[in-house]
Design a protein around this ligand. Structure first.
Ligand code: PMP
Length: 402
């Protein structure tokens, strides 16, 4: 797989373990983007000249591919800038229109900030209550009994970007629908790794980002059930979202165009098609988590944050006596890239008694040898830091005696 990604030809020494933040791009995606700009570039929808018709055709094909990728229809697929943009769209359009003061929006303690802040903003605007499903020490949601008749909207990660937990979305979707609530799924960490079927998942909305799926930045997908999208107002005005504009009033296109104001994100959408097909061809190559977990578990002072039985390829951890930023800096000196800090999930880290953690995440280009180099480097760091802790505690003991 690694050979398909030109970045590693340019930097053969790189061990990239931050795919949960963003994934590198295979040659086919880079080619699709370059080909569009070099050979086929034109705007979509508006013009009758042939290049524009061809661009429109490619843009529509990209939408059809995204629809197939999540098992939906093309009219249920809105192109957004990413997951954050998609969740904000639902919070502003569906939330402000259909939620009432006193209604409950239910999210969880494990959410990424992008699935917390839009709901805080919506709840404040509406006068609704935001409730949180708690999580246990393994990083498993304790959701049973939390969905009540007051719950009107549930919004949860499919896969946590910190603990890696795969949540039982279909079961939660069933419980949400039993009380008449809608379910949004933040699929940012799931779409690159799991087969997504919005029918099986029983969700009303599903959001994910192109750049984590080996596609370009600036493009994302929001799936919404047709009937819901049809009932929702647009959040931005202008461009192809209109049907007719009068001086006093405007009527809108049906979905999905109603939600794609301005010139759409044409090139990245066309390249995303290539990226999604790439995932479909190669998903089975995603196999490193069990081996990496085994190697990290063998490091004595290392604690893995998130030990649910079903996980995406994400390993968050801390090592006694050394700050995560120092771990990441020391690894960087060996050309190993991991993420460190609050991981855009401050409430989750607080739950584990942390303000920062280190995270390794895996993509299709990673190898077993890379996991070995990473684990060996971490072992060295852990041994050295435990030695330093012992020395410094001996020093402070001597100082106290003095
Ligand atoms: N949700 C989760 C679970 C994520 O991991 C991320 C990205 N780290 C996002 C939402 C936001 O995605 P984006 O920045 O592409 O909008």
């Amino acid at each position: 797989m690694r050979d398909e990604f030109p970045i590693f030809r340019n930097h053969p020494e790189w061990i990239y373990l931050d795919s949960a933040a963003t994934a590198h791009k295979p040659q086919c995606v880079i080619d699709a983007l370059a080909k569009f700009y070099a050979e086929d570039y034109a705007t979509v929808h508006r013009a009758v000249y042939r290049p524009s018709l061809k661009a429109t055709e490619q843009y529509n094909e990209a939408r059809a591919t995204a629809a197939r990728f999540v098992h939906a229809t093309a009219e249920e697929i809105i192109f957004t800038r990413g997951t954050t943009d998609a969740i904000n769209l639902v919070a502003q359009s569906y939330g402000r229109t259909f939620l009432k003061p006193g209604d409950e929006i239910l999210i969880s303690e494990m959410e990424h900030h992008s699935n917390i802040v839009p709901w805080q903003m919506a709840a404040k605007y509406i006068g609704a209550h935001l409730r949180y499903i708690p999580m246990n020490d393994q990083g498993i949601l304790e959701w049973k009994g939390r969905i009540t008749p007051k719950t009107k909207l549930v919004s949860l990660a499919h896969v946590s970007n910190v603990t890696g937990t795969i949540n039982p979305i279909a079961e939660i979707g069933k419980a949400a629908h039993a009380v008449g609530a809608k379910l949004l799924v933040d699929g940012a960490q799931a779409a690159p790794h799991l087969k997504i079927d919005v029918q099986e998942l029983q969700c009303d909305f599903y959001a994910f980002s192109g750049h984590k799926c080996y596609g370009p930045t600036g493009i994302g997908v929001l799936y919404g059930k047709k009937a819901l999208l049809e009932a929702m107002p647009p959040v931005q005005g202008g461009g192809d979202m209109i049907e007719r504009v009068e001086l006093e009033n405007t009527t809108y296109q049906p979905p999905p165009l109603r939600f794609e104001a301005g010139t759409p994100i044409i090139g990245p959408a066309i390249a995303l098609k290539e990226a999604l097909e790439f995932i479909e061809r190669h998903r089975e190559a995603d196999f490193l988590l069990p081996y990496a977990t085994e190697r990290l578990q063998a490091i004595p002072s290392l604690r893995i944050i998130g030990t649910a039985p079903h996980k995406g390829p994400i390993l968050t951890f801390d090592i006694e006596g050394i700050h995560p930023l120092d771990i990441a800096t020391l690894l960087d000196l060996k050309n190993i890239a991991i993420r460190s800090g609050h991981l855009c999930a401050q409430p989750l880290l607080r739950k584990f008694g942390l303000t920062a953690a280190a995270r390794a995440s895996f993509g299709l280009y990673n190898t077993r040898e890379e996991v070995d180099q990473f684990a060996d480097a971490l072992t060295e760091i852990a041994i050295k830091s435990s030695r330093d802790v012992r020395v410094s505690s001996r020093c402070s003991h001597k100082q106290e005696q003095r």
